[in-house]
Write a new protein. Structure first.
Length: 125
């Protein structure tokens, strides 16, 4: 648990720094910061997962890096790794379904949260 907490703290700080850097360099007309951390995190989780397959890495170190660090840096990386594993295992329909449902429900959840937040703000004013 401590490893996950430490990794999470580091991942969150790195997300803040990387996202801010992307916005400073590329502007704020597009969600460059979020895109940057999602792509970087996806790359890192794929690279490290494969690299650690042939390297002796303790469960605590794996938890620190994957669950804590990359989990706080971006959950998108875990999502992409899970989809890659489904496709690699030949479960194309399940992988496609996971992508469609995750994206669809994710967008719907963001929209519903936005609507609820807007409504509560109006009611509580």
């Amino acid at each position: 648990m401590v490893a996950i907490a430490v990794g999470g703290a580091v991942g969150a700080l790195l997300r803040f720094a990387a996202s801010g850097l992307a916005y400073n360099v590329l502007g704020s007309d597009f969600p460059w910061g979020t895109l940057a951390v999602n792509v970087i995190g996806s790359f890192l989780i794929g690279f490290l997962w494969e690299w650690f397959a042939d390297t002796a890495v303790s469960p605590n170190t794996r938890s620190l890096i994957f669950t804590g660090g990359l989990g706080a840096f971006t959950t998108f990386s875990t999502y992409n790794l899970e989809n890659l594993n489904l496709f690699r295992d030949g479960q194309f329909r399940l992988g496609a379904a996971n992508m469609a449902v995750s994206n669809g429900l994710g967008i719907l959840a963001v929209f519903l949260g936005f609507v609820l937040g807007r409504w509560l703000t109006a009611v509580l004013r």
